[in-house]
Design a protein around this ligand. Structure first.
Ligand code: GUN
Length: 291
């Protein structure tokens, strides 16, 4: 059994990006600039955005942060997005999710210029991804593909089960795992109304768990020799930690790991790769690689 080390892989990719940025600067180009829009004070969102800014520093990017309180109006947010769309120094930006309930998420995402949508959430990027055109790929699925590729995990023709159908992970992951140029696997997507999820999972050569239920995937659901990718990042209370919580994956790691050929842990698996792929997308935006 091999533990997939997302932290080390991400560190290596960030070094590769930093080297490319140095070369760009030497060639007289400007530093890539990622901007983040953060609304409210959700602990998870604060941590993600802080880590994104730190990753920018590691890669040699410029970063900027636009903060709003929970009672921000949709118009104020749209104003900020229009400014970022029109700022020639900003190569890409993200609006950290989730948004307060009074804000129409779709309206916000659609207001982002798709050429700066480094999260890959805009319908133009989602559509281009679905038909295999160059675009910003959503960072978590892209990070998972990168891990599978860097660990030389054979995918073509294998059976892949994706647990979860979210717009951010499950849907794009299943599309990419199906596509010839990426996973080239036979994909089954399971969700809250699927019947006999355990039996579906037992068929999987590659099992990708993204449902946000701590420890949901148990040993009896995993085929011996399977590759298991855990996308879960649920905060569970843990009084023994200074923060008062720990991150829990969707997989019962202790009992599932011995069965697997490869498994990604939580933390230190998919999480670090996600931010790293956002950096890749920002670099691509700065180089106008897609648009
Ligand atoms: N919230 C959880 N994951 C993400 C992400 O990848 N991007 C943004 N913008 N918000 C998130």
């Amino acid at each position: 059994m091999t533990i997939i080390d997302g932290k080390a892989t991400a560190a290596q990719i960030k070094q590769e990006i930093a080297a490319e940025v140095q070369q760009m600067i030497a060639n007289g180009m400007k530093r890539p600039h990622l901007s983040a829009v953060l609304i409210g004070h959700d602990g998870g969102s604060e941590t993600y955005v802080r880590n994104k800014i730190l990753a920018c520093e590691a890669c040699g990017f410029t970063s900027s942060l636009h903060r709003f309180e929970d009672d921000v109006t949709e118009e104020e947010l749209l104003d900020c997005i229009h400014q970022l769309n029109n700022d020639p120094d900003v190569d890409g930006f993200i609006v950290q999710l989730p948004l307060p309930h009074h804000i129409n998420k779709e309206r916000i995402i659609e207001a982002i210029d798709y050429r700066k949508d480094v999260d890959g959430f805009h319908p133009i990027n989602v559509g281009r991804m679905a038909i295999g055109l160059p675009c910003f790929l959503s960072a978590t699925p892209r990070g998972i593909l990168e891990l599978l590729q860097r660990y030389h995990i054979e995918m073509s023709g294998k059976k892949c089960v994706v647990l979860g159908r979210s717009n951010i992970v499950g849907k794009p992951m299943s599309q990419l795992m199906m596509q010839k140029e990426h996973g080239d696997t036979t994909v089954t997507v399971c969700h809250s109304h699927s019947q006999d999820i355990a039996e579906e999972c037992r068929q999987a050569d590659i099992l990708i768990a993204a449902i946000g239920k701590p420890g949901y995937v148990t040993a009896d659901m995993v085929k011996p020799g399977a590759v298991v990718i855990d996308v879960g990042t649920t905060r569970v209370p843990d009084p023994s930690r200074p923060s008062g919580y720990r991150l829990s994956g969707d997989v019962d790691f202790e009992h599932v790991a011995p069965l697997c050929s490869y498994i990604s842990p939580v933390p230190g698996g998919v999480g670090p790769m996600t931010i790293c792929m956002l950096m890749r997308n920002t670099l691509a935006a700065a180089k106008h690689e897609y648009y």
